[in-house]
Write a protein that binds this ligand. Structure first.
Ligand code: A3P
Length: 284
């Protein structure tokens, strides 16, 4: 179990992250107009989206996703390794991040870089995070889901409050260079989501190329791809057999929350997410 690295009140893993890098990422890192940025709060389906975007770039050819880990294909700008990799990468780059808006590289906001923000029902994110982080050495492990539930509502989990993350980035939702996706629709209409991403990125794929994107980014295909299932992560970080592809469903929280927890969550959610138009979030 590691202590967190705290950055401006936000807990981050102590392994792989450094205060100076996170500060440099915000103040010095240059996002260019050619970059594509994949933004999520952790456990929203980040790696699934990365897989789709990579496969769209290669028009369904799976060589790239089979030969390079996802974190090299689309490095995390806030991590020590990712930051340096991005500095040395030729454009157009794919950049991933879980940072909240106020800590993200400032250069984004004066660029025409394309931003894809993927959201997911925070209840499912909570459950996914609980099972995922407990199999790593990256966090203080909670003794039960009940404890993690409390931490999550207070924002005392990696990358801080889901509510703040979402409120922050959603303020960009009307911008032309911003595509808002949600995990629930990605599950319901995966092909339609891939088409949406293609349109946004200005990529024209033939129907059979789209079939390949669909095939190689499926839950089963990613589970079997060692470059996309986290099986190559160092043993210093992993404990008890970490699996990225756990269930891959929408609504798993119903199998884990008690009635009282569901009510508490609803109450906090309503308070913190007040003001958004109805119908914006598919889980409401
Ligand atoms: P569960 O833990 O609910 O199964 P992230 O990539 O942001 O860490 O998100 C991980 C979540 O995305 C996990 O959710 C994982 O199973 C799900 N996921 C990963 N690949 C997927 C795929 N191809 N299809 C559907 N869900 C996927």
């Amino acid at each position: 179990m590691s202590d967190y690295l705290w950055f401006e009140g936000m807990p981050l893993p102590a392994i792989g992250y450094k205060t100076e890098i996170i500060a440099d990422a915000r103040n010095k890192f240059a996002i260019t107009d050619e970059d594509t940025v994949i933004l999520t709060y952790p456990k929203s389906g980040t790696n699934w989206l990365i897989e789709m975007v990579c496969l769209i770039q290669t028009k369904g050819d799976n060589k790239w996703i089979q030969s390079e880990p996802s974190w090299n294909r689309s490095p995390w700008v806030e991590t020590e390794i990712g930051y340096h990799e991005l500095l040395n990468k030729e454009g157009p780059r794919l950049i991933s991040s879980h940072l909240p808006m106020h800590l993200f590289p400032k250069s984004l906001f004066s660029s025409k870089a394309k931003v894809i923000y993927l959201i997911r029902n925070p209840r499912d994110i909570l459950v996914s995070g609980y099972f995922f982080w407990s199999k790593t050495n990256l966090v203080k492990n909670p003794d039960s889901l009940e404890t993690y539930f409390e931490w999550f509502l207070k924002g005392n989990v990696l990358y801080g409050s889901w509510f703040e993350h979402t409120r922050g980035w959603m303020s960009m939702r009307e911008c032309d260079n911003f595509l808002l996706l949600n995990y629930e629709n990605m599950k319901k209409d995966t092909r339609g989501t891939i088409e949406k991403i293609c349109d946004f990125l200005g990529k024209k794929l033939e129907p059979e190329e789209l079939d390949l994107v669909l095939k190689y980014s499926s839950f089963q295909a990613m589970k079997e791809n060692n470059m996309s299932n986290f099986s190559t992560i160092s043993q210093d970080v992993i404990t008890n057999g970490l699996k990225l592809q756990r269930k891959g469903t929408a609504g798993d929280w119903k199998n884990h929350f008690t009635v009282a927890q569901a009510e508490t969550f609803d109450k906090v959610y309503k308070e913190k997410m007040a003001g958004f138009p109805p119908g914006l979030f598919p889980w409401e």
